[in-house]
Design a protein around this ligand. Structure first.
Ligand code: TNX
Length: 781
């Protein structure tokens, strides 16, 4: 995985190659100096700030003007595409073949220690040279050059641009740098697929994982089974219909339809388009699950229920029916024929095995093949296609669930669970690509949830993506060698427009690209955040609807004992000036600046913040309640015991105004297992109480539930407590995995004056499992 590049050798080698044929080097160098002095002088240029950062870059003073009249020279016809890109940017009149020139792209196998994707780029006062052992390296050298040119080239030719003087040696960390796109839940037209590929190329991503098939949409023409697209590519359009409930639309149905598919000609066009940009297209055909649409087209491929009837709505192929294998073989044969990719992805994730369990055909197969359980039916199914693909000269990739049961050791795994478990999967010994869900699912939120378009539950900011190191500690060399690389996925359940797809992938893809390309030690968040705005200018020129979420201020509110006030500190992931107001009005550049200061909130009810770059507002404004209340900073006597690490900073955390994030794992939450929460807040003196609020979080699948009842009492002597108010809380009806936070409000029934406020929150109880209460703040008004 690591490419060992003897830099010194490379330079020596390079110089040797370039000068060994020169009979009069000194004379030539003198001529060049003389000639150079007659050229118009280019001004000094700032360091180019390329993303991903090249492996080694030396930046010199001065600049090189790339004259539009200069021809572009290539030493191999395969470099024509890269040369044509430069031609488009600066308007050079010709591309010529040769081995010397002022703009020279050159394949030189002697640089093979850089790997196929590595390159050397040099711009001095005279000429620009990009040399690489292979066409891919030249393409990447040209993408680096692209970021050295003014961003306007993205839109129109820029004549005679100046580029900085640099010398670059570059080579990626990982061989697999992928981006996925799900075109099944929502369909994206060929033109957009090409744009998507363009974005990958700009970021030196080399694999486009095309998720062509899933539950509700079949998107690739299969000549032997036209039903798959005649029917399976279209669904009846329904207002507000969730993506998972659908009805396929047959051609004779004249209700409004949604959908589309790619003809085989279009698929070939995309493959060719990607190949020119050094990108491999990896097709995915889901099996044996996630195939609801196939069962709608071929109901006889569904399992049998206990009455011997085909299930009307399943998403798995019947493993005991030979026709399932035949259909998939027909499909995969066409896929293998069209896609030159070394790998074919067969899905394999989230197979609901209950259908196989109840199906007489599957049970017969189990007996016949002596399969121990339904997991082994899964591996039987997958192994069948591994062999099939192997015979076609292809390798199989599947989601990590294909490891259930016995799997052929040559199968490659795409791992999508959280970063916490990746080590265990890497150690299983299969080649593996990490598409870690909590870091690389770009369908997750990237900014403050209420300000973002509806997305899949998780939350992964630009900085989270950048700072993630995908290789866990403590792997040996063999295990490390199993990791082919990294990939981010874009699942499109909620992504129904091209603009939204762009918004979700960019700029997070630039952070993924950095991890895919740069060695761990080379990554530097400060450097990255300062460079990124230049790349964003390029996105602007390209008309990309990228997310500005990294400009949404993060507002941290906290009680400050010394200042005896609630305080706020504000920051943004990308460099910006943050202006704020405390009166609810929209901030302008005339309002106070929040950067690098602790803002005293006093009695302000809320704070409103807005990021500005060059005096212009960027991203949405953010309002946050200050939570100013009578309990803030007051001491708490916590009578119940917190569980394990869910203790925050102790009882005081309940009145420090620091509220937890959207997940209960963050440091502000206190967790109580099978115990009621009992806490007494001392307000220092008797106060008039109108309400008490308790903020809680729940996620049933993690055994965390809202309290079932909250009772609030008051006292002035800590002995005699009177009821202030209480509420009963009904079961929320949330999905088991859904995470929700809520502030429960207990109003005071009459005018009350108390110093000590006792809060008791009842924990849900059940015989079959333990339940937690999680809370992070008590607020008293
Ligand atoms: C899981 S990851 C899935 C997809 C969903 C995605 C939503 C994987 C192999 N399966 O089908 O779209 O979660 O985040």
């Amino acid at each position: 995985m690591r490419v060992n590049i003897p830099i010194i050798d490379l330079v020596g080698n390079f110089a040797q190659n370039y000068f060994k044929h020169m009979r009069y080097p000194i004379f030539l160098i003198c001529c060049l100096i003389l000639f150079g002095s007659c050229q118009p002088q280019a001004q000094n240029m700032p360091a180019p700030g390329i993303i991903p950062e090249p492996m080694k870059i030396i930046h010199a003073e001065g600049g090189l003007i790339l004259h539009s009249q200069t021809p572009i020279t290539i030493n191999d016809p395969s470099l024509h595409f890269s040369a044509a890109q430069i031609q488009k940017w600066i308007g050079s009149p010709t591309i010529q073949e040769g081995s010397s020139g002022k703009i020279l792209l050159k394949i030189d196998p002697s640089l093979d220690s850089l790997g196929r994707e590595g390159y050397y780029l040099k711009s001095d006062r005279e000429k620009l040279l990009i040399v690489a052992p292979a066409v891919e390296g030249i393409f990447y050298g040209v993408q680096t050059l692209r970021q050295m040119l003014p961003s306007e080239i993205e839109n129109s030719k820029v004549a005679d641009p100046t580029i900085p003087l640099t010398e670059i040696w570059d080579s990626p960390r990982f061989n697999w740098r992928g981006m996925h796109l799900d075109v099944s839940r929502h369909f994206f037209k060929t033109d957009f697929i090409k744009k998507y590929i363009d974005y990958l190329a700009l970021h030196k991503i080399n694999t486009f994982h095309w998720h062509l098939v899933d539950g509700i949409g079949w998107r690739m023409e299969i000549k032997s089974h036209p039903e798959l697209t005649d029917w399976g590519a279209w669904r009846i359009q329904k207002e507000g219909n969730p993506w998972d409930y659908f009805e396929i639309a047959k051609p004779e149905d004249d209700r409004p339809k949604y959908g589309g598919f790619y003809t085989q000609e279009e698929v070939k066009e995309i493959i060719q388009y990607a190949a020119e940009r050094a990108i491999t297209v990896l097709p995915e055909i889901e099996l044996p699950g996630h195939s609801k649409v196939v069962m709608k087209c071929f109901p006889e491929l569904a399992c049998l229920d206990k009455n011997g009837k085909h299930y009307p709505s399943t998403h798995v192929y019947c493993a005991g029916n030979p026709d399932s294998y035949q259909l998939l073989e027909d499909i995969l044969a066409e896929v293998c024929e069209i896609f030159p990719s070394e790998y074919i992805h067969i899905g394999g994730d989230e197979v609901d095995k209950k259908y196989w369990k109840s199906c007489s055909k599957c049970q017969r197969l189990k007996q016949k093949e002596k399969l121990k359980n339904e997991h082994e039916i899964q591996s039987y199914f997958v192994n069948h296609f591994e062999k099939f693909l192997h015979n076609k000269g292809k390798k199989l990739i599947g989601w990590h669930e294909i490891l259930e049961g016995q799997l052929s050791p040559t199968a490659t795994i795409m791992y999508w669970k959280s970063d916490k478990e990746s080590k265990e999967y890497i150690q299983k010994g299969h080649p593996i690509i990490l598409t870690t869900e909590n870091k690389y699912y770009f369908n997750f939120y990237q900014g403050d949830t209420p300000l973002e378009p509806v997305a899949w539950g998780g939350h992964t900011t630009l900085k989270d993506v950048y700072q993630y190191e995908p290789i866990p500690e403590g792997l040996n060399e063999t295990e490390l060698a199993n990791v082919l690389g990294v990939q981010a996925n874009l699942w499109t359940e909620y992504i129904d427009t091209e603009a939204l797809a762009e918004y979700m992938i960019l700029p997070r893809m630039s952070a993924l690209a950095a991890t895919g390309w740069n060695q761990k030690e080379q990554k530097d968040w400060e450097q990255f955040r300062n460079k990124l705005p230049k790349l964003l200018e390029r996105y602007d020129q390209l008309g990309i609807h990228y997310a500005k979420s990294a400009y949404i201020p993060e507002i941290k509110i906290e009680w400050n004992d010394e200042l005896a006030s609630a305080t706020a500190s504000l920051s943004t992931e990308l460099p910006a000036t943050i202006h704020f107001t405390l009166d609810g009005t929209t901030p302008t550049i005339d309002n106070a600046i929040a950067n690098d200061s602790l803002i005293q909130l006093g009695q302000a009810k809320e704070i409103t913040a807005q990021a500005f770059v060059d005096g212009k507002a960027v991203g949405p404004e953010l309002k946050k309640a200050s939570l100013t209340n009578l309990a803030m900073g007051k001491s708490v006597d916590l009578k119940s015991k917190t569980y394990g690490r869910y203790k925050a900073k102790g009882a005081q955390s309940l009145t420090d105004l620091k509220v937890g994030g959207e997940t209960w794992g963050s440091a502000e939450w206190l967790g109580f297992l099978n115990t009621d929460l009992l806490a007494i807040v001392d307000l220092d003196k008797a106060q008039n109480i109108s309400a008490v609020h308790l903020r809680c979080i729940e996620q049933h699948s993690s055994g965390i539930s809202f309290p079932t009842q909250i009772v609030v009492e008051g006292s002035n002597d800590q002995v005699n407590f009177q009821t202030i108010g209480s509420i009963d809380i009904k079961e929320s009806g949330n999905d088991s995995g859904q995470i929700s936070t809520e502030i429960f409000k207990i109003a005071s029934q009459k005018n009350t004056n108390y110093r000590y406020i006792k809060i008791r929150a009842k924990c849900k109880r059940s015989k079959t499992q333990g339940w937690f209460i999680f809370t992070d703040e008590i607020m008293i008004y």
